[in-house]
Write a protein that binds this ligand. Structure first.
Ligand code: ADP
Ligand code: MG
Ligand code: MG
Length: 490
């Protein structure tokens, strides 16, 4: 059995008189640890509810937490190097041509922009706000290890609310609301989380590098975004800590009002010059409802505004890239340092392509036929809810128009998290207790020059712990499966 806690019982049980749940709920409501009410509710814009939260911080091995955080600047650099290699990415997109229209369209747009600028980008600087996600992997024979689920290069969320979740649990500790626990609960084992400040600092560094103090950062958002407060926290830190103003607009609004100056190549909206375009949208086909929204993306890409991320950087976060990086020779190309490379590779799970010809592709087909229960199938999509799990894989693949479409997917070994961790989740004020699985995300920011390759800023920027009940395959917080958590280091 995959164990983490051994004979330790955690979390401690609450007695009848405990006020922990209401204290946590009210702390969340009064500190902006909130999410907008579902759109179907009346006056949804005016209404918010506390974000789903765990009552207790979830145990996480200290050594592995530190390793994940310690690796972040190396992962930042790895993905900067990938994003800078247009030829490499171009090869990857060839395999997606005709089978994944969205990814192909994004890449086509990148190539058009390269052509129009004659290979000399209008803005050489690019900003990355990355989040590398891990699950603990356990096996009967060894200690738990961290295994990377994916690395997000666009729209990595919850940096704003995640800091508050750690604050909330630290408040409960201070308020003496936690019953005596077999695991040490203290300020040391329950660390502060700098993610909100860290991401705001990354955005501010890019804004300052743009060099026009009066310009504003544009948050590109989805209409009706429920997770708006997570984004707002970054906006507030940007203004209050760094004196940087923010504007929010959807792709449709940008398509209607955004302007690329033909001479200066400055991008503006509502009459304001934009220093940094920060995408919390534009990563899924639904974010481009009209041809004009594609045009808007192109105009921003052609402008002097610093993109977070650029099209190439967004593409570097494709699952297909993650699969190719598992090849040690490819990894070596982008991460020349032997010792660092070994640590990065140690976090990789088995990931295979699904082409009909290569040895790896053949192996994938064999595995799907013989032991699909050990694998997850992933398309080139972001935002959760897109994967196909276990025994459903063969039938799903057969339902595709023909085998060439298999190339749009990767096959990933299922990571096996510990099965003996329990927690309670409060959602809409109701508490449910059960076995849980936690996914650790580590944020990173990087600002680099795509022409010279020079990295001007490379920082680790705090973390996110999302916890879901063990029965649920995906952990989307807004989608109703997951919750925000913080770590109890063991
Ligand atoms: P997305 O970009 O949509 O977030 P992910 O690769 O993160 O896609 O997959 C979504 C979720 O599916 C993850 O948060 C995790 O809960 C689950 N998942 C993905 N890959 C694995 C894996 N290899 N093993 C176990 N669970 C996984
Ligand atoms: Mg993702
Ligand atoms: Mg994910």
């Amino acid at each position: 059995m995959a164990e983490l806690l051994g004979s330790i019982s955690y979390p401690p049980s609450l007695d009848e008189s405990s006020t922990l749940t209401t204290t946590l709920r009210d702390w969340a409501l009064s500190h902006g640890l909130v999410i907008r009410a579902p759109i179907k509710e009346e006056d949804a814009d005016e209404r918010a509810t506390h974000v789903p939260l765990t009552l207790f911080p979830s145990p996480f091995p200290k050594k592995l937490f530190e390793e994940a955080r310690g690796l972040q600047t190396a992962f930042n650099e790895l993905y900067v190097n990938v994003a800078n290699d247009s030829e490499f990415l171009n090869e990857i997109t060839k395999g997606l041509a005709g089978v994944d229209d969205f990814m192909s369209d994004l890449w086509k747009l990148h190539l058009e922009v390269e052509k129009e600028t004659g290979g000399k980008p209008t803005q050489p600087l690019t900003l990355g706000v990355f989040r590398s996600d891990y699950l603990l992997h356990t096996s009967p024979s060894s200690e738990p290890e961290i295994r990377q689920v994916e690395l997000n290069t666009i729209s990595a969320s919850f940096g704003g609310l995640s800091s508050l979740a750690a604050d909330a649990h630290r408040f409960l500790l201070k308020a003496d609301e936690y019953p005596t626990s077999q695991l040490e609960m203290s300020n040391e084992t329950m660390p502060e989380n700098p993610s909100a400040k860290g991401l705001a600092a990354g955005l501010a560094t890019a804004h300052n590098a743009y060099g026009v103090p009066s310009a504003v950062v544009l948050f590109v958002i989805q209409p009706g975004e429920r997770n708006a407060f997570d984004q707002r926290w970054l906006e507030y830190y940007l203004l209050e800590t760094h004196g940087v103003r923010v504007l929010r607009a959807s792709m449709q609004e940008i398509a209607a009002d955004g302007k690329l100056d033909a001479t200066t190549k400055k991008f503006s909206i509502y009459g304001k010059e934009i220093s940094v375009v920060y995408y919390r949208s534009a990563y899924t086909p639904a974010d481009y409802p009209t041809p004009e929204t594609w045009q808007a993306r192109k105009q921003m890409e052609l402008s002097t505004a610093i993109k977070c991320p650029s099209l190439a950087t967004q593409f570097a976060g494709a699952k297909k890239v993650q699969q190719v990086l598992v090849d040690s020779k490819v990894l070596e190309k982008f991460c020349p340092d032997t010792a660092v490379r070994a640590r990065i590779a140690a976090t990789f799970a088995e990931i295979l392509p699904l082409d009909a010809d290569s040895a790896l592709g053949k192996r994938a087909r064999e595995l799907i036929a013989t032991k699909p229960e050990k694998y997850v199938l992933k398309p080139q999509r972001e935002g959760g809810g897109n994967n196909v799990y276990r025994e459903k894989i063969p039938g799903f693949l057969k339902s595709l128009p023909d085998e060439s479409f298999w190339n749009g997917y990767i096959l990933m070994e299922l990571i096996e998290p510990p099965t003996d961790v329990k927690n309670s989740i409060i959602r809409n004020g109701k508490v449910t207790t059960g076995n849980v699985i936690s996914e650790l995300g580590v944020f990173g920011t990087a600002l680099w020059n795509t022409v010279s390759g020079e990295i001007l800023d490379n920082s680790e920027a705090g973390w996110l712990l999302r916890t879901k009940f063990a029965e649920s395959e995906e952990g989307g917080v807004a989608a109703g499966f997951g919750s925000i958590d913080s770590v109890l280091l063991i």
